[in-house]
Design a protein around this ligand. Structure first.
Ligand code: C5P
Length: 405
């Protein structure tokens, strides 16, 4: 997933990071960075073996505080092994070796990190990394099953070539994925079990073998909404037009190209959804295709090229027309003028619960921008203007607002 889609409002939250002795230990440094970027406070413990691969100083220099080492070091707090249990909202161990995994499964407490894990009653996340043979070993499988039964969150390793040259499962999951799962554990689960459908990105309407009609949407606003809903516990299904953003691995995704493909996918999914949120910049018109081959430029004479267009289905309006009483619908309105009047008319006409309108021609708002300044109108008549905010923050506020109406 793209880490810059994550909500950054975790001020006041604390994560304790355990690092164990794997070649992948250096990747934990990026995890600290990512957590600090989300405004999470971080402390860390390196096992003796981890400290052979990376130094405690790297973690301290980045801002992890405190950074614990061995037990019984002279002058250390005698209750350091209880510190994370008292202060941290989440304890994450990444990378987690086969040895540490086994210790946690058995409840052993023979070094600083295993004591801290045992004394931490809150959410525990483990991101294993080891040789594929060790990962596939029956003992490791039993330990994993035991930990999962106990409610421990595991971010499973991926497959590929590991340090020793063997190929198989055992590579530490991408740091971005681990970061996403830690943030999920830090987030309120107020959308737990809620089924959310999202459209995002542009659509492409084919003209000939090499040309299409489209718009500059990058899908960022929708991707932030999908990520925020997933962080808050929702079951999210995205129908995405062509765009390169990486969503969390827990988000289902159907990729489409044209408005008619998006319409078909969304229509199939909608009856099983609680909420739909249409952020896609759907092309309202599609050119009448020239054909399957490339149109040569020399066929255009003095009079230029005239292309005829047909209308595409209005996906959002279709969802509004078939909306049940238990379903909620959010639309977007990208406008160049009369923002409020246009948004209010769309809220009514498309039978929406909430509409988010933004001026596409304003600085720091609209297509491709990291920020958005929006006007929010809802079916109860409430109207709010939000200042220019990061799209991840706008997304968070939209889910807050929907919960209130
Ligand atoms: O009417 P307008 O296109 O401005 O409405 C914008 C809203 O409608 C957005 O939420 C957009 O995703 C949705 N839309 C749609 N299908 C279309 C056009 C727009 O779902 N063909």
């Amino acid at each position: 997933m793209d880490t810059d889609l994550l909500f950054r409002g975790y001020l006041g939250k604390r994560v304790h990071l355990g690092v164990t002795g794997s070649v992948a230990a250096y990747k934990a440094i990026d995890l600290v960075r990512g957590l600090l970027d989300c405004n999470v406070s971080v402390s860390a413990t390196l096992t003796d073996a981890a400290a052979k691969f990376v130094t405690p100083l790297s973690f301290a220099a980045l801002g992890a505080d405190p950074v614990y080492g061995a037990m019984f070091a002279d002058g250390d707090d005698p209750y350091a092994h209880l510190g994370p249990g008292r202060a941290a909202d989440v304890l994450a161990v990444a990378p987690c070796t086969a040895n540490s995994l086994a210790k946690f499964a058995c409840g052993l407490a023979d070094d600083m990190l295993s004591c801290q894990v045992l004394a931490h009653a809150g959410p525990l996340l483990l991101a294993p990394a080891m040789n594929p043979a060790m990962w596939e070993a029956p003992a490791t499988k039993e330990n994993v099953a035991r930990l999962r039964d106990r409610g421990v969150e595991l971010v499973f390793p991926g497959s590929g070539k590991v340090a020793c040259g063997d190929v198989g499962n055992g590579r530490l999951a991408p740091v971005a994925a681990i970061l996403g799962h830690v943030c999920r554990l830090l987030s309120p689960q107020d959308l737990s079990g809620v089924r959310v459908l999202l459209t995002l990105g542009p659509t492409r309407e084919k003209f000939d073998a090499v040309r299409f009609w489209s718009n500059p949407s990058t899908g960022r606003m929708g991707a932030c909404l999908a990520t925020a809903a997933w962080l808050r516990g929702a079951q999210v299904h995205v129908v995405a037009g062509p765009c390169s953003l990486q969503l969390p691995d827990g988000v289902a995704r159907t990729d489409v190209t044209s408005a008619r493909e998006m319409h078909a996918a969304v229509s199939d999914l909608w009856p099983d959804m609680d909420i739909a949120c249409c952020t896609a910049a759907v092309a309202d018109f599609r050119p009448r295709p020239f054909g399957e081959t490339k149109m040569k430029k020399d066929v255009i004479g003095e009079g230029g090229l005239t292309v005829a267009f047909d209308s595409n289905p209005d996906i959002l309006a279709g969802l509004g027309a078939s909306k049940r009483r238990d379903q909620r619908l959010i639309g977007f309105a990208a406008e160049t003028d009369d923002l409020r009047a246009n948004a209010a008319a769309k809220l009514e006409r498309k039978n929406l619960d909430l509409i988010v309108a933004n001026p596409v021609n304003a600085h720091g708002s609209g297509f491709g921008s990291r920020t958005n300044s929006v006007l929010v109108l809802d079916r109860t008549g409430r109207r709010e203007e939000w200042p220019s905010l990061d799209k991840s923050e706008v997304a968070w506020r939209i889910w807050d607002h929907l919960a209130e109406i």
